[in-house]
Design a binder for this molecule. Sequence first.
Ligand code: COA
Length: 297
Amino acid sequence: MGTQGTDALVAEAHAAAAAAAAASGVRIGDVHSHAHITAVSRLFDDVWGRDPDAGGIMAPELLHAMEHAGCQVTGAFDGDTLVGATAAILGMDEEQGLFLHSHITGIVAGSQLRGVGWALKQYQRAWCLARGIGTVRWTFDPLVRRNAVFNLVKLGARPIAWLDDAYGPMRDRRNAGLPTDRFLVRWDLAEARVARAAAGTFAEPRLEGLRRAGAVEVLRDEGGEPVRVEADAPRLLAQVPADIEALRAEAPERARRWADAVRDTVGAAMRGEHRLIGVTRDGWYVLTRDDEVEELR
Ligand SMILES: CC(C)(COP(=O)(O)OP(=O)(O)OC[C@H]1O[C@@H](n2cnc3c(N)ncnc32)[C@H](O)[C@@H]1OP(=O)(O)O)[C@@H](O)C(=O)NCCC(=O)NCCS
């Protein structure tokens, strides 16, 4: 992260975080007390439907170890009630130096879709920038359309890799019995499009322009079923279903067909030369192998 304008950037990020928390009616802060850490651990088990007796998502002692080490364990409170939380670890590699790996963010069912997740991420951006950390990474499930739109459009994160079965078999209600394919994304906190997103201007690709420019469909939703099209082109479009989580509960075989289809199209393209550069609100992923084009419109 360059030093030029750093103070202004940190101030802008703090202001965006404060505005986001106020808009969603929550108070956000790092948690340290055992009571709060235990509440965070329970919240993750609750959101992911995992039995703590069978080995919870993140045990209180692990969350304590993280906060002792200066990692991020953060809660969003509505009054005295914890309604959302994030747990993130510090990471390091040769290319980027220090970064934050945001392992998990969850909002309780009754408080989703009212801006609490957005507020937690804006807090996380300010938290990092204030510590001189310029990048946050995390993974997300390519099949969950709403998370794709949230991560890639609303936050402005960029996918950097496709990970086959990133976590091995998982035992929670959301993931049990399924492959755990994930995108790895990076959120470059000082990047102009991320700052624009924090201020409310989002990077959604325009499908019509892409089609006119020769983008080719390789996967689409037809009446809820995945339909694959054999094609190879510099720009590809692949659609994911509106609500894979409902399908997993109601039609697991069909959900499985979707997982295979997305791995065989989006995953295959990313293992090849294509980069994933965005998603539309209707769930169309946009992939390109054209290095010249950074933002497709
Ligand atoms: C993912 C999650 C953290 C988001 O937090 P949230 O508080 O519910 O989300 P927000 O209200 O801040 O933002 C919602 C955004 O998601 C996107 N979104 C939500 N529903 C959508 C849909 N049906 N189609 C497309 N985009 C959708 C939009 O960008 C929306 O914002 P907008 O309507 O202003 O454009 C939360 O829903 C959650 O805990 N889900 C279950 C656990 C999970 O999947 N965690 C993430 C993986 S670690």
